[in-house]
Design a protein around this ligand. Structure first.
Ligand code: SF4
Ligand code: SF4
Length: 306
């Protein structure tokens, strides 16, 4: 009997034992607080758009249930991440950020910085005065040129995003940039162009505040990862995001929130890991294309590719 690639949980198409990742101490917990976005990027791996509500908005009370669980049973957690969609569209975003900060945990919010963040600038500034760098905003800028950024993100998105980066920086909010280097570009050259762009704007960002991710071809065929691959590739299960992170989502039509292994796989229900972090503390079989493409072969990490 032949099976399709990535279809069986534990066996690859050629009958080998599928690679898996066992949980280590949980360090980061993500919430996808809604897949709606104010943009429709061509290569959005999570297929966000103004109409995608497959993962509905999560509110502050729902987040607090998990914050309580973290404080009680997962004391190695250091960071809460918020992703989407565009997190600043969620009506509860500022309450969620405040709740996280009040626990003493760090928070990282991923945003496209296009329009939605603007109405929250004053509050973000106020929270920065109180909590300093514990609040961190990471802005994805798809390319350092208007032309290629807008090819992916749509017309009239580049300048408005730059203006908002400038405003966040001027308010002394802790920001970083997630950029992308095209397959035709060298990563270090791409990084230099990004630096040049921000220098011209007077936005000083240290090396660690600029992360450049490689362009991914989501249609490319990729091999499956077997247990033998770890040694061959000299990659360790513990390096994968699902070893020490989890993501929490709320699926449309469901009352309970669901725990998933990482930010990359949002819709494949084989990855559902129950409704609490305790239930989610289990082995993950790498039976999704993204496991190979983004993680084991791609070397990308989580927040990466938004
Ligand atoms: S890549 Fe980011 S900005 Fe673009 S549609 Fe997806 S979530 Fe929205
Ligand atoms: S996509 Fe990466 S982090 Fe997510 S389950 Fe697969 S290997 Fe783990």
């Amino acid at each position: 009997m032949t099976i399709d690639k990535f279809s069986d949980l534990k066996i690859t198409a050629d009958g080998s034992e599928r690679a898996y990742v066992d949980p280590l101490h949980l360090k980061t917990v993500w919430f996808n607080i809604g897949t709606r976005c104010n943009l429709t990027c061509e290569n959005c791996y999570i297929e966000s758009s103004p109409t995608n509500d497959e993962l509905v908005y999560i509110n502050d009370s729902e987040v607090k249930i998990f914050l309580n669980e973290i404080q009680k049973d997962f004391t190695h957690v250091q960071l809460i991440g918020l992703t989407g969609g565009e997190p600043f569209l969620n009506p509860s975003i500022m309450k969620i950020i405040e709740s996280v900060l009040s626990t003493g945990l760090d928070i990282l919010v991923l945003t496209n910085a296009f329009k939605a963040v603007e109405r929250h600038l004053d509050k973000l500034s106020e929270l920065t005065k109180l909590y300093q760098d514990k609040l961190h905003i990471r802005i994805s800028l798809d390319h350092y040129t208007k032309e290629l950024h807008e090819k992916e993100r749509g017309e009239k998105t580049f300048e408005r995003t730059l203006q908002n980066i400038q405003k966040l920086y001027n308010q002394k909010i802790n920001i970083s940039i997630a950029g992308r280097s095209l397959m035709s570009e060298k990563q270090n050259e791409s990084k230099a162009h990004y630096h040049h762009l921000f220098q011209k704007m007077g936005v000083q960002l240290s090396e660690d505040k600029m992360v450049i991710f490689p362009e991914m071809d989501l249609n490319k065929s990729v091999p499956e990862i077997t247990t033998a691959c770890w040694d061959i590739l000299k990659v360790s299960p513990s390096q994968q995001m699902c070893a020490s992170e989890r993501m929490i989502v709320k699926r449309k039509g469901q009352d309970n929130l669901t725990v998933l292994p990482c930010t990359l796989i949002a819709y494949d229900e084989r990855f559902n890991m129950g409704h609490s972090l305790k239930e989610g503390n289990q082995r993950v079989y790498l039976c999704h294309k993204f496991c190979a493409q983004f993680c084991v072969l791609g070397g990308a990490s989580c927040s990466a590719v938004k």
